[in-house]
Design a protein around this ligand. Structure first.
Ligand code: ATP
Ligand code: MG
Ligand code: MG
Ligand code: MG
Length: 565
């Protein structure tokens, strides 16, 4: 490829809306352009990196026994109604109707669709285990799409689903995927940790998030300074805290008109929505019980209609969900309780309970100064041992101090068990001819987010510093003055040699000033730059610059290739 033909419109300035390095640099390096909120076009350089990431993923998925397929993006509502997630998925699901008024969604994930596929195909244990995957665009109408490819509304995901005959099989598949993910992120040259993660509403069993370490990350993780223990702060084993002091304040009933939205509730409490309120459960006008929770110092990022989760109209589940949610709130220290038929607001700074607020079984009314032990009946669930892990806490495995760090969730692996197979009737006949539900797992990697994470982790004030395995080009050969015939010809010769040596190489043959070209090279971040100027033509001196270290080496035509490879 010649730079004179490459569509990579680099910019000197950063667009105002780009808040983090990866977003800014991808823009400036001419890799992506915004189409609409949370939607991006990948220009050639970005697409090359995406294809390399996908290729590494494919190789590792195939090596672990995965087989690539491609399912439709458009999914009929019926599958989701069967699993009970049509309602539960909430506003994050992009829903559309066809001309006959039938409901569809643009797939945010594919558990339902693949379960529907496999239930019609797999008959016998002899066909198991089975691992199917695809690499495809997913759609999630994120409440706050931001940070460019990091949280977009249309994004590329690799999603693999495993089907086994029993739990042992599922655990083996999980292990294979865990190992494959470890290989993938290692091959990409990223510093990452598989962290024990909460698997949320997706089902029982275990889960790990593959987290790329970077300050811009949205995940707080606790990493042991000695052993390899790492866990998201939502999951890190919590030590019980002492029961809060007896609360003397009287329960106070207050009118809270129109507080059935999180914004209104936060407003009522006079707290910024992103700092203090961590979990909110409330009943809507339509009598749905809704749980919303806020993680870290971010905006509300998950809202669930609880009484539609798994089709359960059971408030008990709602209570459990709320507690799980509260447990997933950094800084949350206090007990919460939810009583049947209440709307509940939990103020997460409840070191003491003075701030706790709960609903009052009346629209637009809350109780202040709630003390769960005192004010809830015995049906209420009260949690007193929630505490988020913090810097210096002992590692639950080896006792060494934990370090808190930030990371980007680039992938996640889950065991699903029989949640979907039971709901959707996906069964097989076991060795005894008995019908059994398939035992499943699911495994996702965000391809675009991984690219962004790689940049977050590898950049300097000049631009991107690509890990070689996923750089858009490994090597750039720069003809310093391409208007000079002898330099251009020489550079073309070098370019051909590099190609013949199997390198992924770009020839910068643009008739631009050398300074402009060098700046672009640093901004785009090619790992190796070979400079062909008058010294090469006249003195047989070929300069090789390593982007990462900035080191410059002088070689001769006879031996430069050794360094470049
Ligand atoms: P998050 O916690 O950041 O919202 P998630 O847990 O909802 O992500 P999963 O359902 O586990 O995401 O999807 C698998 C992978 O898809 C994630 O690990 C992430 O890399 C990627 N991903 C999820 N949502 C987005 C998004 N909006 N934009 C880009 N990538 C995403
Ligand atoms: Mg999400
Ligand atoms: Mg997540
Ligand atoms: Mg996830």
């Amino acid at each position: 490829m010649r730079a004179s033909n490459l569509y990579a419109p680099t910019l000197r300035n950063t667009p105002a809306e780009a808040e983090i390095a990866s977003h800014q640099l991808m823009y400036r390096a001419g890799m992506i352009r915004k189409t609409a909120g949370g939607m991006y076009t990948f220009l050639p350089l970005a697409w090359r990196t995406i294809r390399k990431i996908e290729q590494i993923i494919r190789e590792e998925m195939d090596a672990a026994g995965g087989q690539e397929i491609m399912m439709p993006i458009l999914q009929p509502a019926e599958f989701w109604q069967e699993s009970g997630r049509w309602g539960a998925y909430g506003d994050e699901m992009m829903r559309i109707k066809d001309r006959h008024g039938r409901d569809f969604c643009l797939g945010p994930t594919h558990e339902e669709m693949i379960t529907a596929l496999v239930r019609d195909e797999v008959r016998s244990y002899k066909e198991l285990p089975l691992m199917l995957y695809q690499i495809q665009d997913k759609f999630r109408d994120e409440r706050r799409p931001r940070f460019g490819l990091m949280r977009s509304r249309e994004f590329i995901m690799k999603d693999l689903y495993s089907f086994d005959k029993d739990v042992e099989g599922m655990n083996e598949s999980y292990k294979k995927m865990y190992d494959a993910y470890t290989n993938i992120f290692t091959r990409m040259g990223l510093e990452f940790r598989p962290v024990e993660a909460d698997n949320g509403a997706i089902g029982g069993g275990h889960s790990h998030e593959f987290t790329v370490l970077a300050d811009a990350g949205e995940s707080n993780i606790a990493v042991c300074t000695k052993c390899d223990y790492a866990a998201s702060d939502e999951k890190a084993e919590l030590k019980p805290v002492e029961a809060p002091a007896e609360d003397e304040l009287p329960l106070e009933k207050v009118s809270t008109p129109g507080t059935n939205t999180i914004e209104a509730l936060c407003d009522f409490l006079k707290v910024p929505a992103d700092k203090t309120i961590k979990a909110v459960a409330y009943q809507t006008d339509k009598d749905e019980l809704v749980l919303a929770f806020i993680r870290g110092d971010h905006d509300v990022n998950e809202v669930k209609v609880i009484n539609q989760i798994e089709g359960a109209l059971d408030l008990r589940m709602a209570e459990e969900e709320a507690i799980r949610a509260a447990g997933g709130c950094p800084g949350f220290m206090g007990p919460i309780g939810i009583k049947k038929d209440t709307h509940v607001l939990v103020d997460a700074t409840v070191m003491n309970m003075h701030n706790a607020v709960t609903g009052a079984n009346e629209v637009d009314v809350h109780y202040k100064n709630v003390n769960p032990q005192r004010d809830f009946d015995k049906d209420a669930i009260i949690v007193t041992d929630l505490r988020m892990v913090k810097e210096g806490d002992p590692c639950p495995h080896c006792g060494a101090p934990l370090k808190m760090t930030r990371g980007i969730e680039a992938g996640q692996v889950f065991t699903l068990g029989t949640k979907y197979s039971k709901a959707m009737g996906a069964t097989f006949l076991d060795e005894n001819g008995k019908e059994q539900p398939l035992v499943m797992g699911c495994y996702g990697i965000g391809v675009g987010r991984t690219m962004a994470a790689a940049i977050e982790q590898n950049n300097d004030d000049q631009g991107i510093v690509w890990p070689r395995a996923i750089a858009p080009f490994e090597v750039v050969v720069v003809a310093v003055n391409a208007k000079k015939e002898e330099q251009l010809t020489y550079a073309e010769g070098i370019y051909d040699e590099c190609r013949k040596a199997g390198l992924d190489v770009l020839l910068d043959d643009r008739k631009e000033r050398a300074g402009v070209k060098f700046k672009d090279c640093d901004l785009i971040g090619y790992p190796v730059r070979v400079t062909i100027g008058p010294k090469a033509v006249d003195e047989d001196i070929i300069e090789v610059k390593v982007r990462k270290t900035g080191e410059v080496y002088n070689f001769t035509r006879a031996d430069y290739l050794e360094k470049v490879q």
